[in-house]
Design a protein around this ligand. Structure first.
Ligand SMILES: Cc1ncc(COP(=O)(O)O)c(C=O)c1O
Length: 449
């Protein structure tokens, strides 16, 4: 049936997803699967919410499409207003006036937009030499070429490297395997100083911005930074006059227990990228949230941002985003995430007894489980062992969907699985997740002993 589809992986058999309800996805062959990862940390309010489907249908019937170079729509304007309300205060009140929101069709487009916006910001300010962008090794900011260039993930970059600009990456903040061989707190978060070390030789000011995921999401497995890390990064960016771009495509829209993860550390980035949870998967949507300072540079300068997508600020997608926010407000779902996250991590505690579970970490409902050959030495499995994929298969066989990723140690070795369930996950569903995952990990562990 699917012969005409170009699959993500030609060697994999994909079940057919036919229906979603709450935390569950139902397949064509009659299975009911607990979506413990929200697809890819996307589904926040749960599957099958009728109010969102209705809002999308109403918008499609009223006006399905309008090009953003010709019209604005009520749905996009209202969603932008609501997102600014959720954003850190510097996106609303600043001497340059309130911020703005630019809508895209997803996270990679948001990163591309931010790269070009930062570039144009500096052009408008008379600093044309700022053509480079820094980020962290092991990071992931998207799959298009610009977004991949600013990503540090070796496996996803390497085949395409001849096509990517050579921008530098600083070490990530990853205490379980500190890339500098240090220990917190004695290290005094020296990994943040790596940004200063990279900027020091840049006497001409060639760097325009630093991109950072507040929690390394997909590629390191939900690593929360120590409290001092991001404030120090922000201070360095301010001192060096470079823009700070917080990539919250995965962590934003409530996933970590605050509307945006930077709010855990009272950070004031210049730009925040959102995606995934912004429309909870009901429609393709991403957003670039910019401060008044950045918006005003374009407004008072040339007046035109030289950038645009045919589907930017799509009426049906933004209507979906609005309906998702309404549902979150109605059910008070942002407030549910911190306690649900704690409950989930407590439920997962027994997994730590399994010999191949090295670390369980995260914030809110974003959890990473790192798998190791031996917990004491933290030695990773070889890449060929494909442990994350084996856990994925074993968990799926028990009716639980997880998000497996490899490469957290050095781009090739290092396995983890990501959990990012819908915010509505119940205590019973958490117990089912814990029991199924425990059995799956124990089975795979036995087979690899
Ligand atoms: C932090 C981050 N940025 C950007 C992206 C790219 O988003 P998309 O897949 O919607 O293009 C992702 C996707 O996983 C992500 O996690």
């Amino acid at each position: 049936m699917s012969e005409a589809l170009f699959p993500r992986n030609f060697r994999k058999d994909y079940p057919e997803a036919v229906r979603g309800e709450g935390c569950f996805v139902y397949t064509g062959d009659g299975r009911k699967i607990l979506d413990a990862c929200g697809g890819a940390a996307v589904v926040s309010i749960g599957h099958g919410v009728e109010a969102v489907a209705r809002a999308m249908g109403e918008q499609a019937r009223e006006l399905a499409y309008a090009h953003s170079s010709q019209f604005i729509t009520q749905a996009a304007a209202e969603l932008a207003r609501r997102i600014l309300e959720l954003a850190p205060a510097n996106f609303r009140d600043s001497e340059d006036g309130p911020g703005r929101v630019y809508f895209t069709s997803g996270g990679s487009e948001a990163t591309e937009t931010a790269l070009k916006l930062c570039r144009q910001y500096f052009l408008e300010r008379g600093e044309p030499q700022r053509t480079e962008f820094l980020s962290r090794s092991q990071s992931y900011h998207g799959s298009t070429l610009g977004a991949l260039a600013v990503s540090g993930n070796i496996k996803r970059r390497t085949p395409f490297e001849p096509l990517l600009p050579k921008w530098e990456h600083i070490v990530p903040c990853y205490c379980y395997r500190c890339p500098l061989g240090l220990q917190y707190p004695e290290c005094k978060v020296d990994c943040a100083e790596d940004l200063e070390r990279h900027l020091a030789p840049d006497s001409e000011g060639r760097v325009g911005a630093f991109f950072v995921e507040p929690l390394s999401g997909a590629t390191l497995g939900a690593v929360p930074p120590p409290a001092e890390y991001l404030p120090r990064i922000a201070k360095i960016c301010r001192q060096q006059n470079i823009l700070l771009v917080a990539d919250e495509v995965m962590t934003g829209m409530g996933r970590t227990g605050k509307p945006f993860a930077v709010q855990h550390w009272d950070l004031k980035p210049d730009i925040i990228l959102a995606g995934k949870g912004i429309a909870s998967g009901y429609a393709p949507l991403g957003a670039v949230i910019v401060t008044g300072r950045v918006a005003r540079a374009i407004e008072r300068g040339s007046g035109t941002f030289l950038h645009g997508f045919t589907y930017g600020a799509h009426p049906v997608s933004t209507a979906a985003g609005l309906a998702v926010l309404d549902y979150i407000a109605e059910k008070n779902l942002f407030a549910r995430v911190p306690s649900a996250g704690e409950e989930l991590r407590a439920a997962l505690e027994p997994l730590k007894q399994l010999p191949i579970v090295g670390d369980i970490r995260g914030l809110g409902l974003l959890v990473g489980i790192e798998l190791v050959r031996e917990a004491k030495t933290r030695e990773p499995f070889s890449a060929e062992a494909g442990m994350a994929r084996k856990i994925y298969d074993a968990a799926l066989a028990r009716g639980v969907l997880t998000y497996p990723i490899q490469g957290c140690v050095d781009g090739a070795r290092g396995d983890h699985i990501l959990l990012a369930p819908p915010f509505v996950i119940s205590s019973d569903e958490m117990r089912f997740l814990r029991d199924s995952l425990y059995e799956a990990v124990a089975d795979v562990s036995r087979m690899n002993a």
